[in-house]
Design a protein around this ligand. Structure first.
Ligand code: PMP
Length: 404
């Protein structure tokens, strides 16, 4: 069911790192004294996060990164980034509207739009900034935004910053979206991840688009985990659902997963992109994407065009990982894209399981509350297109052997 609550008040949209979380410490002279109390609570709950630098030449088998197509170290991609830095310098030097647009940015925008089948594209400094831009610029006062309960934090923050009001709809439930839209007379949007980042499940995009069209609502889909994996040759979830280039659909992307680089983009009708250039605060007031990141992403995109089989291979690796794990009795969500999510009995056991994998030479992601909205801890595996069959078997063996 949809809940017509403002996201600030909605636990389904309340995630880790919420800076608006209340605290009740009495003034003590130390303005940050209350942080000690919060740190203690985190320690007590076993939920302290730490940063662990990754060695450049790690011997670990990596099933934790989002490098779905194995392109981040590909010589052509690295050379694309290096050549861009040599040509344009190490930084973009200013906002895209001032000095921060190079020919490389314009070329990347043309090729991204063309590849994914949209009229126009706008490149921003991250996928996070792209989501903030799309949702805030398209949801002014009077707009209803219907947001899936499982959406990524960047879409949630877009809802929070937008001047429109937000209704949170139950996860992957077009009927809940229909009911929420039915409560409103006026402009409306539905926003959803195309592939959800924790469980890797896919949104019912065709159904959502049909519901939106009944109410004249726009659809924003975040294709961070679909680009390079779903659709013909990796053209993304919108293309796979027959929605690419539709006048009422906007897609957001990250350049940091399948394209092995850094940055984000919004794709849509030219008038939407023009509106973002003129109004989106995370575009206007942010320094442009570094030339090296644009050059790396452009080289990766061209490589994907030349080698479209990489997309299907990433999906096949995910299917093989899932089959191996469930065949051994583990509980894993059937993958729709390149993310494989494996259930762990508790947060502590998830952490211990990931640590045991690491000790055995395998790097896996570990998700636990409060980053997961439903309180279920998981290992998160990413299927990279460049994994060999032997590496897949090896990874499955390690995960099964170390299972709690
Ligand atoms: N959307 C989704 C679904 C994501 O998983 C991520 C990255 N974790 C982002 C947006 C943000 O993209 P970026 O890392 O480029 O800021």
């Amino acid at each position: 069911m949809a809940t017509p609550a403002h996201p600030h008040a909605d636990p389904a949209h309340d995630r880790a790192g919420d800076p608006s979380a209340a605290h009740s410490a009495a003034p003590s002279g130390d303005p940050f004294g209350w942080l000690d109390e919060q740190a203690e609570l985190r320690r007590g709950a076993g939920l302290v996060r730490t940063l662990r630098p990754r060695p450049a030449d790690s011997p670990l088998l990596d099933l934790a990164s989002n490098d779905y197509l194995g392109l981040t170290r590909h010589p052509e991609v690295v050379e694309g980034a290096a050549l861009a830095a040599r040509t344009w310098g190490s930084g973009a030097t200013g906002s895209r509207l001032v000095t921060g647009t190079t020919e490389l940015h314009a070329q990347l925008e043309r090729e991204l739009a063309e590849f994914c089948g949209f009229e126009a594209a706008l490149v921003l400094s991250s996928g996070y900034a792209a989501n903030l831009a799309a949702v805030t610029a398209l949801a002014p006062h009077g707009t209803l935004v219907v947001s899936d309960a499982g959406n990524h934090a960047s879409l949630i923050d877009g809802c929070r910053l937008a001047r429109g009001t937000t209704a949170v709809a139950a996860h992957n439930d077009p009927e809940a979206v229909r009911k929420a839209l039915d409560t409103h007379r006026g402009p409306a949007l539905a926003v959803t991840d195309s592939v959800f980042s924790v469980d890797g499940d896919r949104a019912p995009l065709a159904e959502l688009a049909a519901v939106c069209r009944r109410f004249g609502a726009g659809l924003i889909l975040d294709d961070a985990h679909g680009l390079g994996v779903l659709g013909a040759g990796g053209r993304g979830a919108a293309q796979a659902a027959g929605l690419a280039g539709a006048p009422d659909v906007v897609a957001t992307l990250t350049l940091s997963k399948s394209l092995g680089s850094q940055g984000g983009a919004v794709l849509g009708p030219a008038k939407v992109i023009q509106h973002l250039v003129n109004t989106a605060r995370t575009f206007i007031f942010d320094t442009g994407l570094a030339p090296a990141a644009a050059g790396g992403a452009l080289a990766a995109l061209r490589l994907l065009r030349r080698e479209p089989a990489r997309a299907a291979r990433a999906r096949a690796v995910a299917t093989a990982l899932h089959a191996g794990l469930t065949g051994a009795g583990l509980q894993a969500v059937r993958p729709d894209a390149a993310v494989v999510s494996v259930r762990a009995p508790s947060p502590d056991e998830a952490v211990a399981w990931a640590a045991a994998c690491r000790a055995a030479g395998l790097l896996v992601g570990c998700f636990r509350p409060p980053s997961v909205p439903d309180g279920i801890s998981r290992l998160r595996l990413t299927a990279r297109a460049d994994l060999t069959d032997a590496e897949i078997e090896d990874a499955v063996r390690t995960i099964v052997r170390t299972a709690p």
